[in-house]
Design a protein around this ligand. Sequence first.
Ligand code: SAM
Length: 366
Amino acid sequence: MKRGYQESSSSNSFAPPQSKPRYSSEDDITNNIARKVAEHYSARTNQTLEERENSPIIHLKKLNNWIKSVLIQLYAKKGDAVLDLACGKGGDLIKWDKAKIGYYVGIDIAEGSIEDCRTRYNGDADHHQRRKKFSFPARLICGDCFEVRLDRVLADDAPFDICSCQFAMHYSWSTESRARRALANVSALLRPGGIFIGTMPDSNVIVKKLREAEGLAFGNSVYWIRFDEEYSDKRFKSSNPFGIQYTFHLEDAVDCPEWIVPFHLFKSLAEENDLELVFVKNSHAFVDEYLKRPEFIELMRRLGALGDGNQDRSTLSPDEWEAAYLYSAFVLRKRGQPDQTRVDTRRDKGKMLLSKEDIMYIDGKV
Ligand SMILES: C[S@@+](CC[C@H](N)C(=O)[O-])C[C@H]1O[C@@H](n2cnc3c(N)ncnc32)[C@H](O)[C@@H]1O
């Protein structure tokens, strides 16, 4: 099956567009890049357990899974309704299941990834030898969650208790309107007091490494980052903090255009949308802090990212540890107090077994 963003069949009312919508030229460029990102992720096939274990970044993947698990365990509560923006192939479904959530909506732009997420949710795929069914109903949507008015698409499913956007928020920073749409979507769909958790590249680290590099590229055996000549003076205008593009290559994982997200701006756009910063931590600081807690040491030991689950870093190579430093984890809280009287009907929207027809396809301009 060819997996492109705007082609698939669905019986939903939000069918994939039959012909390309007309955009202005800036929109055209942005949509082409968004499609390129979608095609990149769609084309990534599922790895067998053996391929995964032989990956040059297997311990980095395990470390990132540990970081996401810690975020989920810190904030998810039994029965929570969860919105997973850029959910990918559903790599976090097991983590949500362990948190005993009550409802899950996953959205991703890559058709192939959403299909893989569907089979993983159904327990069809032999992902890492797991065939168990999940205990929460789910809905899956294929579309651009930084372009679409998700408050309209998910009006009957909202409000959510938790929104998660793991390793993907930076894809919204290609233009100001997309960055604003991303945060407006999160805010509109979270209940007062609801939590937004995520991970994304740490722009301070990337810009520092660029300035320390001899040319416009830097990296090691597992990753490289390259900026265009346009940034040869290695300075970025504060008047134009969106669309600062670089190419990111992570061995066995990513080969995509990405965008710098200046965190102070992310924080102030979030505040404009009633989302207050709880914390932001570089992955290194995150590991140091949460590896002080016995339950997370035990989790690290089980996942096997760091040798003995504590101070022994012998399994994670120095190059993987340096790549981990490129990312940060953040938590934001939606202002206000939760409405205790709300009756919960959202579970009706999800299903315990998802057919291909259950995936909703949404056009970029909903
Ligand atoms: C690095 S993967 C992370 C996937 C998943 N969140 C995880 O942690 O395993 C990035 C994901 O972002 C998705 N993505 C990128 N741009 C997107 C957009 N505009 N709307 C929805 N998903 C997007 C990609 O298709 C890909 O699945």
